[in-house]
Write a protein of this length. Structure first.
Length: 333
């Protein structure tokens, strides 16, 4: 009997660490650069809620908004090193990795509306682009919509000539760099967290972003004029470290896939309304003047930016341009 009790005690000691380890939740650090009350911020919190619910607490998602963990220049390297497990960068951020094809999504006047964008990302274009990340140790899980870009400065931007000599902050896309240069301005790459101060101090004259980001980052406070141009689209790719994701137990991964699918539907469903609400809120403050392009103005912008399409061939390659052209039924030249 004594031997049996000793054996049971020994087994308990052996099992104790394993039981403790089994009870320790898997931590997913989800870092992003925008505020919690934006479509992406709300999407990250929705994923946290659903992931923890569907895994019965076996997974804990720690969300770090507003560049509190990493700035947008640092976060992808941190993901590859395993310092953070999940990100949702704008697709323009993949060019430094050597995956320039994502920049095709930044072409001006590419998506005629939100539904056209959604269809493209769920279809061949979105899947083909995600495959390009696999060699970099990254798995793409979903595309999150953040709507269409507006442009701002301390003077109205209505004609292509209004851009002459202005310095604009861009997130890093060479496509955006090109179409703004064509308009006669000087694009400057800058971390998202630095934009407000740069606008306030005149380091840059203006920027492009979505209505929800203009509101939540208070860019409208330091810009006298915003043109509701909707000239280009802003989308995010939710990505994970491949090694981390592949190492998860299959049942956990299944539940996280379910959580991500639902969080994606939620994020994309609110993006449009969030931007409309943000635009109304900005207007209500009276701190900036909203300008809208006439049909003639829009045509002038489109014609001025059109050479970007021809230039893009040397930047992103013919293959992705052909894919996008076919999917969206647009001309590339």
């Amino acid at each position: 009997m004594r031997k049996l009790l000793l054996a049971v005690a020994a087994a308990a000691l052996i099992l104790a660490p394993a039981v403790a380890q089994a009870q320790t939740p898997i931590v997913i650090k989800f870092s992003h650069v925008v505020a919690n009350d934006t479509p992406k911020g709300k999407g990250a919190l929705k994923f946290k809620e659903l992931a923890e619910k569907y895994t019965d607490g076996k997974v804990k998602v720690e969300v770090y908004p507003n560049s509190t963990l990493y700035k947008d220049k640092e976060e992808i390297e941190a993901l590859q090193l395993g310092s953070v497990q999940m990100l949702a960068p704008s697709t323009a951020k993949f060019a430094p990795l050597g995956v320039k094809e994502f920049e095709a999504l930044d072409l001006p006047w590419l998506f005629k509306d939100d539904q056209t964008y959604a269809n493209a990302m769920k279809g061949t274009v979105g899947k083909w682009l995600f495959q390009k990340l696999e060699a970099k140790g990254i798995i793409g899980l979903a595309y999150w919509d953040n709507g269409f870009h507006m442009l701002s400065a301390n003077r109205p931007l209505l004609k292509p000539t209004d851009f002459q000599g202005l310095k604009f902050r861009i997130s890093g896309s060479k496509i955006a760099d090109q179409y703004l240069r064509i308009m006669g301005s000087i694009p400057q790459i800058m971390a998202f967290s630095e934009v407000y101060q740069a606008l306030q101090t005149g380091v840059v004259d203006g920027c492009e972003n979505t209505a929800s980001n203009y509101l939540t980052q208070k860019f409208y406070e330091v810009q006298k004029d915003i043109t509701v141009s909707y000239h280009a689209h802003l989308q995010y790719a939710v990505i994970v470290n491949s090694k981390f994701w592949s190492g998860l137990p299959p049942d956990i991964r299944t539940q996280l896939d379910k959580a991500m699918a639902e969080a994606t539907d939620y994020t994309n469903s609110i993006a449009r309304q969030e931007n409309e609400d943000a635009l109304a809120e900005i207007k209500k403050t009276g701190k900036t003047t909203l300008h809208y392009l006439t049909d003639a103005d829009r045509k002038a912008w489109q014609e001025a930016m059109q050479p970007t399409y021809k230039w893009a061939k040397g930047r992103v390659g013919q293959e992705v341009l052909d894919l996008v052209a076919k999917e969206l039924d647009v001309k590339m030249n």
